[in-house]
Design a protein around this ligand. Structure first.
Ligand code: NI
Length: 281
């Protein structure tokens, strides 16, 4: 009875067979949080949640890579794409946040990995922090938790994370989950010790992700959640394929193996964590 706490069935990668994917997800006993990244995908996450009440839920936000037009091309992403620049509109996202199907503000945060064209480093970082602060205000206003996205520059793997934590700590906001954990044990410790949750994607199943394995071993089970981030980051067993919510099982299995506990314990505890964190029935 796992919950995929972060996926994107609202993205175009699922446009041809969304009904089939949702059917086998629900038949598999799962619940899913579809996460928005800009106005169109946030709206669609809410629409899907209304169509499948109690099974699909929504998170809404403007992802930092959509603040500027950026070319995104990575090996774990099925289709390289050019992002569309969008100005953050608090009224638009505020309306979506009021919907009862919306259980979080996210994904938002800092992304220093994808560097926009024609913008200097100082100003794109400044803009990301400003917009992130607006998202924190939105979460506070609507009493919602946050799904935090963070990626550093390759040259300085911890920097963006520590800057994100710094912004959060200045506001006192702690109801957040650091999603798609892919950093170091020290970064995991910093977020856990500051009161945040951490969630793992298929990256934890990759044999060379040693730091991520160390973090999964260390993080207490009551502070940890699992997610697919589908269509991206398919687990090792299905690597290269389009990811989908049912594959969250591979992530739970790997966490159980790393922690040396039964799979049932990971299933039960991560589901309870997600229900508590997102306020699911
Ligand atoms: Ni995502």
């Amino acid at each position: 009875m796992l919950i995929d706490t972060h996926c994107h069935l609202n993205f175009s990668a699922f446009k041809d067979d969304i009904g089939d994917v949702i059917k086998r997800t629900i038949d598999g006993g799962m619940r899913v949080i579809n996460v928005g990244s800009q106005n169109t995908t946030s709206e669609r996450a809410v629409k899907l949640a209304k169509e499948y009440p109690g099974k699909l839920f929504a998170a809404v936000a403007l992802h930092p890579i959509h603040l500027h037009s950026t070319f995104v091309d990575e090996d774990e992403v099925a289709i390289p794409f050019q992002t569309r620049a969008e100005e953050f509109d608090p009224d638009f996202y505020g309306k979506l946040a009021q919907e009862k199907e919306t259980v979080a503000i996210g994904e938002c945060g800092l992304d220093y990995f994808h560097v926009p064209q024609d913008v200097d480093e100082q100003s794109f970082k400044k803009k990301q922090k400003e917009v992130f602060l607006e998202h924190i205000e939105l979460a506070e206003k609507h009493h919602l938790p946050m799904i935090l996205h963070c990626r550093s520059m390759k040259s300085d793997p911890a920097a963006a994370y520590m800057e994100l934590l710094d912004v959060l700590q200045h506001t006192g906001f702690t109801r957040g989950v650091l999603h798609c954990f892919s950093s170091t044990l020290n970064v995991a410790k910093a977020f856990i010790n500051a009161g945040f949750m951490v969630s793992f994607t298929g990256i934890v199943t990759f044999p060379n992700a040693k730091e991520v394995h160390e973090a999964a071993k260390w993080i207490p089970l009551d502070r940890l959640m699992v997610e697919t981030d589908a269509p991206y980051l398919a687990p090792q067993q299905v690597r290269g394929k389009r990811n989908e919510p049912l594959y969250v099982r591979y992530i739970a299995e790997k966490v159980a193996e790393l922690k040396g506990v039964p799979l049932e314990d990971v299933e039960k505890q991560t589901t309870e964590n997600a229900e508590r964190f997102f306020g699911l029935e």
